[in-house]
Structure formats: C-alpha cells, structure tokens
Design a protein around this ligand. Structure first.
Ligand code: MTE
Ligand code: MO
Length: 439
C-alpha cells in the first residue's frame, strides 16, 4: 500500500469501516442494507418498516421498494442490536465491530447474533409457561420443569462466560468457505445467571451409560414447510457436568435478549457457540454421541490432520470441535484512528483460550519484528475473557499497525497468519490487527 492509499483508507474508515476493513484485510463481510432487505421481504415487513399498512398493497408491483424507504440505504439494523453489522437477514446473523466490544462485560446490545433458523415468535414466548424437558435414553427420571421450578429447586449461579462462534474469522480463509462471512466480532462475554446443568441432570438421574447430552430449542428451520430443528448440538458429559455449564434465564442481570435465546438458554463457555442452545426447550441425556442437526461433519468439525487448502474430505477424516483455541481482540482504539506523535496510546483488548486461561499477551507496532508484553488481568472466573492493556509510543509519524498475540497456559500461541484451512472455515484465531495513523 502506498502513502496515498494509506491516507485514503483512513478517510474511508471514518465513512465506511466495513469497506475499509475489506480493503485492508481482504475481508468479505458485507452488511445487509435496508434496500437489500426490502427487496426480498414480504408486505408485513415493509409495512412494519413504514410504520403503517399499505392500503393499495395489492396494486404494488412485486419487488417495488416504497419511495419512503428507498432513499435511505442505511444498514439494516436489528431491534436492540443497533451498531452491529448484519451479515444475513434470513436467518438473522450479526456481528459486533471490535471497538464496541471494549467493555469488560459485554452489554446485551453488543452481543452478536448467530441464528441457524427462525426464532420462535416473540409474542408466543411466555416465561411463566415455558417448559424445559429433560429426557433421553440415559435419563432415569425424565422430568419437565417450568422456569419457576428451576429457580425454586436448584441453586442459582452467576458466571461471566465467553461465547465465540466456531466460524468467527471465516471470511479470511482462501479458498473461501461458505456460510456467514464473520470477520472478528462473533464473540462476547456477558454474565449469565441460571442453574447448573449438572444439578438438573443429576436430579433427573444420569444412567451409567450416559456419554453425551443434546439440546433442542424452539426455533424453526427457515425452509418453508420444514419442521426440522435447524440445529441440535451437544457436548460430552464431562463438559456438561462442569460448574460453569449453565441453564440460564438472565444475562447481565436482565432477561436474555430475544435474539440471544429468551427466555432460557444453555451456556457452555469456551466451546464453539453452537453448543450453547438458545430458546431451550429440551435436553436429552444420550448413551451415544448426540446425533442432532449439525452434529455430523463437516458441521462444527475440522480435519483430524492438517490438509492442503481446498482438499475434499470424507466424514471419517473430521473431528468435532470441542474447546476453542487461544485468541485476542483489540477493542481500543478503533482501527483507523489518527493519533498524535507526542502522546502515548493505551491499547486495550481481551484475550481468551477456550477451556484454558491466557498466560501472556504481547503487542507489536512493527509488523511483528519486536513485541512488548501487555499487562494482563486474571479472569473473574473460569471461562471468562481476560483484559489486557499496553502503553504504546510511536517513534515517528506514519502508518502503523498494532498487532496483538496471546499465548495460553499450555504454551500455545495465536498464529500470525491464517491457521489450518478447513472446509467450513472454523477456528481462525490469527492475530488481530488494527491501523493507526500517527501525525
Ligand atoms: N436454538 C438455537 N441455538 C443456537 C443457535 C441456533 O441457531 N438455534 N445458534 C448457535 C450458534 S452457531 C451460536 S455461535 C450461538 C450464538 O449465540 P448468540 O446468537 O446468542 O450470540 O448460539 C447457538 N445456539
Ligand atoms: Mo456458531
């Protein structure tokens, strides 16, 4: 990139951060625009967007965008999730720009949304009558609980838990992997309050032959007429029985946001987000590995051994993703800022390492030639992310990139470049880079 292009990119960051990211990193994320949304949506959605019905709707040509809406090509936004980049609206998927993830505890409005299907209609959800059934061939006393019964019968626990989609970072893989083109923002770390999955399963009797649990939620497939579960995943008993594995009804001391699974969800910190079932209605204790939707390869699976990019694999060559790898995110400053040469800059972010903890974070301003150690806080509890901060001074004016690299407590580092290619583009834990213009 020459000087002029660099300046251009900084100007572009101010106007259009998504496009600037694409130019800087070749990332392909494209937000869904209001215009794009309207083109493909029905009358009801249009009327909702207009705030009133359309009396002559029957005379409207198909695909016509009401002129009241046509002028605005503002990115489409999800109620309660303003500021997120919407990657898909059918089903809804939205990620959080890195600089909006700066809080220690992710506010509800900034938690990403990853839907595999259509959530149960909001007006059909009544937390007073919602039930959770515990069953399955390795469950000795199948039982159905209301949320009030869960609260009454079991001890309540709160943990701050980090959830990252297994496909976070997918947009960088070449050859490209299909699916939502997540860049870096499919990760969050709010607090969750609920009961331990272990306490509930034990109350329902775990048979000796139990090896796995599986969940079912109340969402539906987006295919018209299909009543199949869009996703039904699970974890081995060892993960299910951990202290931090929760059946949660609250996030940051409030109801879980509708798009994040209201009124009840599973939370399995440190593992791919896909095992944290939303709109939770049923859990099965299994005497075999759970075989629900998106359990079989290539879903949430990676090659057992490294493969050349583009390789086609058979089912036996895959393994299911369990713990997520070590990773970090720079949340301050926002990529693309200008900074004064005579002032130091405090860089901030978070680091996490699946089931493990992070032992060090280093930052570099010279494309990885030298690194300085950041200060790193302990996590408030197991499976929460850790805050890092680093004070940086720049030697002269110009274009810099700040890179951050975390190492887990078993000595494994984030890679600088893309890690192992895999068919579905999972587990990209390459270092995060941001741009800073020093003047
Ligand atoms: N019922 C249900 N649970 C689900 C999903 C879903 O589509 N339906 N998506 C999963 C995936 S792939 C992820 S990454 C997380 C995302 O949680 P969030 O949308 O609250 O951020 O939810 C998981 N739980
Ligand atoms: Mo996911």
């Amino acid at each position: 990139m020459d000087k002029k292009q660099e300046q251009g990119i900084h100007a572009l960051y101010a106007r259009d951060p998504v496009e600037a990211d694409r130019l800087l990193w070749g990332r392909k994320a494209q937000p869904v625009t209001r215009r794009g949304f309207l083109k493909r949506s029905g009358l009801a959605a249009m009327a909702a967007a207009l705030g009133s019905g359309i009396p002559f709707a029957h005379l409207m040509p198909q695909g016509l965008i009401p002129v009241a809406l046509a002028q605005s090509d503002e990115p489409f936004s999800i109620e309660g999730k303003e500021g997120l980049t919407v990657l898909n609206d059918r089903p809804i998927n939205a990620e959080t720009p890195a600089h909006l993830l700066d809080d220690d505890i992710t506010p509800a409005r900034y938690m990403f949304v990853r839907n595999n299907g259509t959530p149960p209609p909001r007006e059909d959800i009544d937390p007073d009558t919602w039930t959770l059934e515990i069953a399955g061939e390795s469950c000795q006393n199948p039982t159905t609980f209301t949320i009030a019964e869960l609260k009454e019968r079991f001890e309540t626990h709160t943990y701050q838990l980090q959830i990252e989609c297994g496909g976070n970072g997918r947009s960088e893989f070449i050859p490209a992997a299909g699916g939502n083109q997540w860049t870096i923002g499919a990760v969050a770390c709010p607090t969750f309050t609920g009961v331990r999955l272990r306490d509930v399963l034990e109350a329902c009797g775990i048979a000796d032959d139990a090896v796995y649990i599986g969940y079912y939620g109340a969402d539906k497939s987006v295919s018209v007429g299909s009543d199949k579960a869009p996703i039904s995943r699970g974890v081995p008993m060892s993960k299910a029985l951990e202290d931090e594995s929760l059946i949660a009804w609250a996030m940051n001391d409030e109801d879980i946001p509708y798009q994040n699974g209201y009124p009840l969800r599973l939370v399995m910190g440190g593992w791919p987000g896909s095992v944290s079932g939303k709109w939770l209605s049923r859990i099965v204790i299994r005497n075999q590995k759970h075989d629900g939707a998106k359990m079989a390869p290539p879903s949430y699976s990676v090659p057992k051994h490294p493969v050349a990019p583009g390789t086609e694999l058979s089912e036996e060559e895959f393994e299911t993703i369990e713990t997520m790898p070590v990773k970090s995110l720079i949340t301050f400053p926002r990529s693309g800022i200008e900074h004064a040469l005579d002032q130091s800059l405090e860089v901030r972010g978070h680091a996490w390492a699946g089931d493990l903890s992070v032992s060090t974070v280093h930052v570099s301003i010279d494309f990885g030639a030298t690194w300085q150690e950041a200060s790193l806080k302990d996590a408030p509890n197991r499976l929460a992310w850790q805050r890092f901060t680093s004070e940086i001074t720049f030697p002269e004016p110009g274009y810099y990139e700040i890179w951050a690299r975390a190492v887990d407590n078993e000595g494994r580092s984030q890679p600088m470049v893309l890690p192992g290619w895999n068919p579905k583009g999972y587990l990209n834990n390459a270092c995060h880079r941001i741009a800073v213009q020093v003047a």
